[in-house]
Design a protein. Sequence first.
Length: 152
Amino acid sequence: MEAWTTDPTAKVGLTADQDLRTDSPDQDWLAEFREGIDTAGQYLAYRGGDSKVIAYALDREWTRIGRSLAADIRFDDPTVSRRHALIVRQPDGLRVVDDRSLNGVFVNGERVEWSALADGDEIVIGRHHLHFCEIPAVPSAALSTALESEPA
């Protein structure tokens, strides 16, 4: 099982020989991450340079992504602008907004100025691939049915 963290102080840096590319098997660690989360909510998850899965709960109105020390999600990487992107909570859901970055923000391979987020979307910031995960609350009726069907 891979380790992951929701530690907001976690920091990721890349050395020159490391590259976070889309040809890595993201679906494997994402499925494992989803199974390991027991709290309903919205998360951004990605693999750090040491292959550790890092996740951030998106429970605030604004989440800043960038190279700046003031960023909520910080990447110490020259491909990331100091103020690269924002995740904004609005009444109709979450959006990612390009915060005048040099290299742009990509959602599912398409460069965007802003985009509504849906479960499973991939957001590319510099050379980092972040995945938006929406973990639903398990209805109490479904939970009690699942517990009753398990053998004792």
